[in-house]
Design a protein around this ligand. Structure first.
Ligand code: MF3
Ligand code: CO
Ligand code: CO
Length: 269
């Protein structure tokens, strides 16, 4: 059997993996998460995002794993690093971080053919009050989404949980990017929307593996992509934050493959 064709597909084209496949997802998720755990000490004012990416590249290599992003659609780095009003897909570069900058570092690794994809927020220096609220709400929105993951619920239930929470805090959910199925491939069906109506979309079944990765803006939801064809920014230049976990649906609920062993998924608690 071709490695990528294991399990079966639902009528919506979503792959159902075997319970024994979770082990591979946990191994990949743990490495991606361990890489992010190690970045806390490398984020500080004066540091460049290119240097952070170099350290990530070496860690992935030293672990005997592969970066999923190097060579992906022409992308050349082991991470995306999105600073302040950058929503996602920020390209590591030589600009120095300033005191009070907030940044998302997004890492995807391949371990024995399994993909682990996670991102979280970091702060250079002192965290500004408004950014703290944004980070808090974005983190908690992801967790609300994860709480909605159980057999019988739908993808719309996940999106609704996230959107309802974010909008109750007068912030905006980005609609131009979404989570995705993953497993033996990086991006697979379904598109995991971070907004939606209860009971809509495909029904969750044990064995589905996907990411949830809400992006939340302090201002309006609209984004635009810069001339480099990667960097997505908020149109109104407002601050943006994102957290991402890779998860699986189990018989009773959810398993999170990318939990932080160091307990540093959230930067301040
Ligand atoms: N890791 C991102 C995600 O969450 C994808 C990055 S693709 C890249 O899906 F090419 F920009 F790295
Ligand atoms: Co992802
Ligand atoms: Co990611």
């Amino acid at each position: 059997m071709k490695q990528e064709n294991r399990g079966r597909l639902t009528k919506d084209g979503i792959r159902i993996y075997d319970p024994s496949d979770s082990a591979g997802m946990y191994a990949a998720g743990a490495l991606a998460s361990r890489v992010l755990d190690a970045m806390s000490e490398h984020v500080f004012p004066g540091q460049t995002t290119a240097e952070i990416d170099r350290i990530i590249t070496k860690m992935v290599d030293d672990a005997g794993a592969k970066s999923a992003t190097i060579g992906y659609k022409g992308y050349e780095h082991a991470s995306c690093i999105s600073v302040n009003h950058v929503v996602c897909h920020g390209i590591p570069g030589d600009k120095k971080l300033k005191d009070g900058d907030i940044l998302n570092i997004d890492v995807t690794v391949i371990v024995d053919g399994w993909f682990g994809d996670t991102s979280r927020m970091f702060v250079a220096g002192k965290l500004p009050r408004k950014a703290e609220r944004l980070i808090e709400v974005t983190h908690d929105a992801l967790m609300r989404g994860i709480e909605a993951v159980k057999p019988g619920n739908t993808f719309g239930d996940i999106g609704h949980a996230i959107q309802g929470f974010v909008e109750a805090h007068r912030m905006s959910v980005v609609r131009d990017f979404c989570g995705h199925g993953l497993g033996r491939v990086f991006h697979a069906p379904p598109n995991v929307l971070h907004y939606g109506r209860p009971g809509t979309g495909a029904r969750l079944e044990p064995g589905m593996f996907f990411t949830i990765e809400p992006m939340v803006n302090l201002g309006r939801a609209e984004t635009k992509t810069l001339a480099d064809d990667w960097t997505a920014v908020t149109r109104d230049k407002s601050l943006s934050a994102q957290f991402e976990h890779s998860v699986g649906v189990t018989e009773t609920g959810v398993e999170i493959f990318t939990l932080s062993e160091a307990g540093t998924f959230h930067p301040t608690y």
